[in-house]
Design a binder for this molecule. Sequence first.
Ligand SMILES: N[C@@H](CCC(=O)N[C@@H](CS)C(=O)NCC(=O)O)C(=O)O
Length: 208
Amino acid sequence: MYKLYWSQGTASLAPQVILEETGVDYEMVLIDMAKSEHLTPEYLAINPFGKVPALMLPGGIVMTEAAAICLYLIEQHNLKHLAPTVKSYSRAQFLQWLMYLTNTIQENYKRYYYNNRFLPKGGDKEGIREIAIKDLIEFWKPIDDALAKSDGDFMLGQKISLLDIYLTMLVTWFQPMDELTSMYPALKQCFDECNKHPSVIKSMHVHG
Ligand SMILES: N[C@@H](CCC(=O)N[C@@H](CS)C(=O)NCC(=O)O)C(=O)O
């Protein structure tokens, strides 16, 4: 059985949604980051990066990186509705936006949440957070533009894909969310539609 090591409000949300989509049984193992459980010797033995998510595969291999976990599950369980197949034309756009979400948007939340890591001791934490917010708002614009041009509510048109699930997770990290979604109507529409999807509803509920 798959085991998903997770913590509330983190990058474990998207992998959980995809696990839900597979329909297979899986176990959720809470690693409470508020109690620094991600840094215990027991967890570091499972994931030496000391981060969540981590997915233990039925054979015992541990996999990290939220987007990679999602793609792996989609491929293993042939969830064709969530990602264009390797040979399909829209795979190019799919890969482009998935990498954009992880490398540009997800990565920049680090300056927002872990601003102390980017500064010398006594540095201007609030200052770096403000720059991170300004950059994040700017980095969300191409996603809103792509959604506005799409022929449906989702990144690839009328059907939800991993892109929409992943971006929904990343929208929840922007606090208050309304500050972001009120600027970007197409993003808001996609986010609202995603939140009606049963596997998203269930996973959001677990994340609280
Ligand atoms: N690139 C990794 C990032 C994982 C990551 O940074 N997770 C955060 C929670 S969203 C974490 O565990 N942070 C703990 C820390 O950095 O100390 C992924 O996408 O899975």
